[in-house]
Design a protein. Structure first.
Lengths: 169, 785
């Protein structure tokens, strides 16, 4: 028996009939056709499938698609503002925070949530905050640097705006 | 090289915009119209006889297209799993391997049946309905017991369990040195079995078009041309009927070089069902079936003099082959040939490798393959000599290093080390670590009952495979040289096709830097294509063994050189000058001494497609080059690990890690540092956390998920201090060496040496990997008795 699911992904409404056992990550990839969210394990260890559900970072293999009914989802494809990269994406690029890139969407989504909760984390807080995501290429060195650098950019961005306004007046 | 603007600079990676925005193309992102899905039924036993397979219920399950067992593939596939003869001149026994088992299964996970259905879920449901009647047989798990006459056999019809037994050099080579030794130290050193765990598991999508008799295979591979070679042969197709596409690859670490059973079975299923067929490996399937690394132990003896001079070594490698020989399994025996490390052994080295079959999944190269094992054993033995003689491990190393003036240095097995300066990198690493202060701190902490340890690894490696004379006999005929093709379009856009293939190394960036500089064009004018057998040269050799730049990059550079040479002919004609008077620099051909008499590269490219070319010159501007390196390349470096052991829990906390590495000239320092970071952490993980564990009696895999098989997260790993020395390689014109495996080759020895150093006040001399808190706690408890 199939169930109707209505979800908003990256601001766009999706409506489908799905099997109740369909995992949210398979829904996102195979039904909604957004393949930026990856699958790296069967046991919710690796975090490659991390997305935002109503603003919270969630491993999308830990939810059924039917449980996402009526929710607002953001995936990696929805993070940039048009051609303008999100500061965390930019920082991963600048700091060489990725090699094969397979774990990267999950890390970026997790980091975005981490910085929303704690805009100025210490290195230790970043490392602890990213413990639910696994990377096999980078040794985490440049991932941590990227999150540190994004935190700086993001916390200085509003300040910049204030300066401009002040100068303009 | 004329312009050095890009080479040597930190250039942002060209691969990244798609990868950071979710627009990469990994294997599971591809689907063809009408695709059906395969799910495999695998043996739950390490060793069993297959008595019968009942597919009745599965065949009737919803959505099932077909159910197939070994018999169905007999007319589709022929031959046995390819095994290179490398190092197996004295091979004893290579069991036959068909991609799907019929009567006997020899490791847990071996395929016995496959279901094809309309969706992944339906295929998995169908597979669950297949009833297999097994008769369990004894599992051969212990390497030493497996060698004994009368042991149970891995394959019931096999003669014994010995895959190979090769003495490279006999005991007589070292007899004199051992007789004259002041001290002899001995140790058995374990290399834990490891699962490569690339974050993207494997997978295959195959589409056979029956009217054209053409097959396209998409798979996650480090070596698409090898897959084409093997699969086409087995399926009775010509290589030109098969196209293999390996798109963005989510890590490999050696586990995506060799062909796998599914690489044959999925294309055969497509031919049988006349549908595109897709299979994506689950993580448990990956840990259970992707080839493992290491899985060895070594018996080592070293003879030394009182002053710290090491004179001779005797080493025997006992290597767990698993149930079948991996395609490149024999390569791991290079640990014996590299066992001498960075040191002179004037009294010789006696080495022997024994490959032993067991009822486990096969082993094959895993990042470093043989060289991490060599580093680990020689660096451990040097520390044991230092401990025995109460000398500083730094002094023992410096006393025995091959010196800069000794290069090229012919080591004990006739390999010629091209270059090096081992003391320089060690001094730099010691300085960065603050070595003398650390020793003072260690003495202070020991007085307080605390266990701080400092460990060194002055590693060397051999990479850049490799010269045809050495590699063709080792593979069975195909030399591991590399090819490249450079094509210039009429508008001066440059397309570069390489036989190497990136799985995270950033070739699109590095190779483009190289080409853009050499041609004096902007990087945007250069596009790199790889991973598709339908594009580029006739054969590419793939990416492994830290070979891509030192072999493939040099081939690219040679092909660019040929393009420039042709451009000179055309420019000379256009400028009405003699060809030998044409100079090419900064993207422009000009007459020697008259820089204003010039033609830009783009103008020459356009002219090459026109009329009025010089006599004997064909239209177009393109070239193919092969590079057959005259030698292998020899990176080296020095690592320092600082560890404190918690006296209560046995937990080894890595306080500091310093890596000074030398890979010759560097194209992109950001990428080089990244390779070191990842490599070092993979070896720290071997030293402290990772081990594939099977039940020793039943052969059941106990670490089949990422819950049980621990790869470290950001929380376990400290910041690394990374620096370099630069000793250009004389082996190639670019002066480059490999760096992809260096960190992994170096780091396990540094970490374990630090742990042993920390525990030395308790009389503990050696700790095997993984040095888990539990293991250390028990050793400390025992030592305190």
């Amino acid at each position: 028996m199939k169930h109707k699911v209505v979800v908003t992904i990256n601001g766009r409404k999706h409506e489908h009939e799905v099997e109740p056992r369909l995992l949210l990550v398979h829904y996102i990839r195979d039904v909604a056709g957004l393949t930026g969210t990856h699958i790296g394990c069967d046991t919710s260890q690796c975090g490659a499938c991390t997305i935002h559900v109503d603003g919270k970072a969630v491993k999308s293999c830990t939810m059924f698609a039917v449980q996402a009914d009526g929710r607002n989802l953001t995936t990696i494809e929805g993070l940039a503002n048009g051609d303008e990269l999100h500061p965390i994406q930019q920082a991963f690029w600048d700091e060489h925070g990725l090699q094969c890139g397979y774990c990267t969407p999950g890390f970026i989504m997790e980091a975005a949530y981490l910085l929303a909760q704690n805009p100025n984390p210490t290195e230790d807080e970043i490392r602890k905050g990213l413990e639910g995501n696994l990377c096999r290429c980078t040794g985490y060195v440049n991932i941590v640097k990227a999150v540190q650098s994004a935190a700086k950019t993001m916390s200085s961005a509003p300040a910049k705006k204030t300066t401009v306004t002040a100068g303009g007046n | 090289m004329a312009v050095t603007q890009l080479v040597g600079a930190k250039i942002h990676r060209r691969e990244d915009p798609r990868l950071i925005t979710g627009h990469g193309h990994y294997l599971d992102d591809f689907t063809r119209q009408g695709t059906v899905y395969a799910s495999f039924v695998r043996s739950p036993f390490a060793h069993a006889r297959v008595k019968s397979i009942d597919v009745t219920d599965a065949s009737k399950a919803p959505g099932v297209v077909g159910v197939y067992t070994a018999r169905d593939f007999k007319g589709q596939l022929t031959g046995t799993h390819p095994t290179t003869p490398a190092f197996t001149a004295a091979k004893k026994y290579v069991p036959e391997r068909f991609p799907i088992a019929e009567k006997e299964v020899c490791y847990q996970g071996e395929i016995v049946a496959v279901v094809v259905a309309g969706s992944r879920a339906q295929a998995a449901d169908g597979a669950n309905l297949i009833q297999v009647d097994y008769e369990e047989l004894p599992a051969v798990m212990d390497l030493e017991k497996a060698l004994k006459p009368g042991s149970a056999k891995v394959h019931v019809d096999g003669p014994d369990n010995i895959g190979w037994d090769i003495p490279y050099t006999g005991p007589e080579v070292t007899d004199a040195a051992f007789k004259e030794a002041d001290v002899v130290v001995k140790e058995r050193i374990l290399q834990n079995r490891l699962a490569p765990v690339p974050m993207e598991p494997r997978g295959v999508l195959a589409e056979y078009e029956s009217f054209d008799k053409k097959l396209t295979i998409w798979l996650s591979s480090q070596s698409p041309h090898f897959i084409r070679l093997f699969v086409s042969g087995s399926m009775g197709l010509k290589e030109n009927q098969v196209r293999v596409i390996s798109p963005d690859v989510g890590g490999g670490f050696g586990s995506k070089i060799s062909p796998y059973p599914e690489d044959y079975l999925v294309p055969a299923l497509s031919r049988m069902t006349e549908r595109p067929v897709k299979w994506i490996e689950t993580r448990t399937e990956s840990i259970q079936n992707a080839t493992h690394g290491r899985g060895q132990f070594y018996d080592v003896e070293v003879a030394a003099k009182k002053d710290g001079t090491v004179t001779a070594m005797r080493v025997t490698q006992f290597l767990d082959i698993g149930a079948y020989h991996g395609t490149f399994a024999g390569f791991q025996a290079c640990a014996c040939l590299m066992a001498g490390g960075a040191y002179k052994w004037k009294g010789g080295i006696t080495a022997r490798t024994i490959g032993i079959l067991t009822n486990r999944v096969p082993t094959d190269p895993y990042r470093g393959a043989g060289r991490p094992e060599a580093t680990h054993l020689v660096e451990r033995m040097i520390d044991l000599v230092a401990l025995e003689l109460k000398m500083d491990p730094v002094d023992v190393r410096k006393k025995n290093f091959v010196q800069p003036e000794d290069f090229p240095f012919t080591q004990n097995f006739g390999l010629v080390i091209d270059s090096g300066d081992y003391e320089k990198s060690l001094d730099k690493a010691l300085q960065l670590a603050g070595y003398s202060d650390l020793r003072k701190k260690q003495a202070d902490l020991r007085k307080q009952g605390r266990y701080l340890g400092i460990g060194l690894s002055t590693w060397i490696e051999i990479c850049g495979f490799g010269p045809s004379a050495a590699t063709a006999p080792a593979t069975g005929g195909i030399a591991l040289v590399e090819s490249a093709q450079v094509r210039v379009t009429p508008t001066g856009a440059v397309m570069v096709y390489t036989g190497t293939h990136s799985h995270g190394q950033g070739h699109e960036t590095t190779f483009s830097q190289l080409v853009a500089d050499q041609l004096g064009v902007p990087m945007e004018s250069v596009d790199l294509r790889h991973g598709d057998t339908a594009e580029g040269t006739a054969f590419g050799y793939g990416t492994y063994g830290s070979r891509s730049l030192a072999v493939g990059g040099v081939a690219v550079s040679k092909a660019v050189g040929k393009v420039i040479d042709k451009g000179k002919k055309i420019a000379a004609h256009l400028l009405e000058a003699a060809e030998e008077d044409i100079v090419f620099e900064h993207g422009s051909f000009h007459v020697k001494g008259s820089p204003d008499k010039a033609k830009a590269f783009g103008e020459v490219a356009f002219a090459s497609y026109g009329t009025g070319l010089p006599e004997g010159v064909e239209q177009g501007l393109e070239a193919t080059a092969y590079f057959d390196p005259p030698n292998l390349v020899w990176p080296f470096g020095a690592h320092v690990a600082v560890v404190e052991i918690d006296a209560e829990t046995g937990n080894a906390k890595l306080e500091k890690y310093v890596a000074v590495d030398d890979c010759g000239n560097i194209i992109n320092p950001m990428i080089v540092d990244g390779q070191i970071h990842g490599g070092v952490v993979q070896a720290i993980a071997q030293a402290l956390y990772e081990e594939v564990v099977y039940d020793e009696a039943s052969g059941q895999l106990k670490t089949g998920t990422l819950t049980d098989y621990m790869i470290p997260s950001a929380g376990e790993i400290p910041q690394l201090i990374v620096d370099k020395t630069i000793t250009p390689s004389p082996t190639n014109d670019l002066g480059v060496k490999g760096i992809g495996e260096a960190g992994t080759i170096a780091a396990s020895a540094a970490v374990i040496n630090a742990i042993c150093d920390a525990l030395s006040p308790l009389g503990i001399k050696h700790v095997d990997m993984p040095a888990s808190p539990d293991k250390i706690w028990h050793m400390m408890k025992e030592a305190r008795k």
